[in-house]
Design a protein around this ligand. Sequence first.
Ligand code: HEM
Length: 488
Amino acid sequence: MTTPPVFPTNFPPNSAPDDETEWRLPPGPPHPLHRYVFKPWVRLGRPILLFEYLHKHFGNIATYRLFHTNIIFINDPEYVREILINQSSSFIKERTLKRMKILLGEGLITSDDPIHIRQRRIAAPAFHRQRIAAYGERIAASAAAQRDRWQDGQEIDIAAAMMELSLEIVARTLFDTEVTDDIRRINDDVNTIMGLYNFLVALPKLESYLHWPIPGVIRFRRSRARLNATVDRLIAEHKAEAALGGNDKGDLLSMLLTSKDEQADAEGQHTGMSDKQVRDEVLTIFLAGYETVANALTWTFYLLSQNPEIERKLHAELDAVLGTGNGGHRLPTLADHPNLRYTEQVFAESMRLYPPAWAMGRMSTKPVTLGPYRIPPGAHFFFSQYILQRSEEYFPDPLRFDPDRHTPENKAGRHKFAYFPFGGGSRQCIGESFAWMEGVFAIAALASRWSMTYLGDAPPVPQAKITLRPRDPLRMRLIARTADDARG
Ligand code: HEM
């Protein structure tokens, strides 16, 4: 789940040092950002332009200012490691992201310690490897249903198709249901609220406006009330079924409802989550796990359509692992996963060029030292997977789509934080194994049967919203692979 692309608006000034010389900020544009509004690198809603400019002109670390707030932009894997791991106790989540609390409450993405650490402990078993394995079958079945619906020569918007597939997978793995009206309603309401997000975070004290008849706020209120009611009902239904002896249905929600903290509380009890906490986590997982994977798959199929040699290699692996007998390719199973190496590398390389979580943010709560710089508390820090993972320094010929960059040998020779689509440290994506399995199984099920030709006149334009998604529909023509294709 990514840090939204909005810039902070209403932050307290950074605390003044006792001794001005104590702080040493990285270089950057001398004036606050609003003085550059006519520059081509300052465009509302297009922060990547600014990040590219800062990287080009100031190197691997730069400071820019938004009114009184210092914002440090980092493009150095070692500094990323400092923030996410070595000095992580000096940082909290960046505040614009935390304002998502209006939607997600105290879920994993928005909470800080000590709430976060407890929630993470309780949620962890739902994401253990053994547990993820059980979701694999549901993922493959959903992808199979999608591939069977497609027709040879059909024109599709692959972005919409991958959203639909991802929604179906979320429905089956989170709630153990089909895409019912409830699921569509959750989807619509989350989309409405996220569509209003930039507007909502711009309101300085949103909480005090929540009862005002402002059109955007009314829409937010309505969507949030409906969302809470729908999720609360799904939770109540799960609990009622469990009470009737339905036990664990094998989905994420059942796990969140039954899991207990392995650490005892002050009274010596091992308690679980309250219903409100489960609701916050359900919405968090829905938001974090749905659009991210859909976009990663969309970009993967676009990149495959542009790189026939790589597509051929992928097909060769799928034919070898999943067979090409009379019934065509069988569906991937857990046992196949280790053999779908190249498929995984294709997915990894797609997320290098088009990372769904394209940037992350933190705020310092203590003085921070990065190389020669000493930065005061209250500074904001951004680093962007999109920029770093396209750096020539770590990925020669960076725009070339080359899955071999992700062989074990090549990975071993690279800094861990030159490639970090799932973040790192204590806030690393809890759904990472889930996402790899989903990506690999969906690519395997779909690409074994279908090839795609891109129908756009120009390359698709990535848009850095909550996730990195194509700005326009991404039109593809489907071409059925024949038995001859499979025989090579
Ligand atoms: C390709 C798909 C995905 C990508 C690229 C991705 C990326 C990320 C990143 C970068 C973070 C860390 C954000 C930060 O530290 O500021 C994160 C956190 C998180 N992700 Fe994912 N994610 C993906 C899929 C999923 C899935 C499938 C789920 C759940 C089923 C999920 C659930 C979460 C949760 C709950 C967090 C918050 C973890 C915490 O702070 O403890 N993500 N994700």
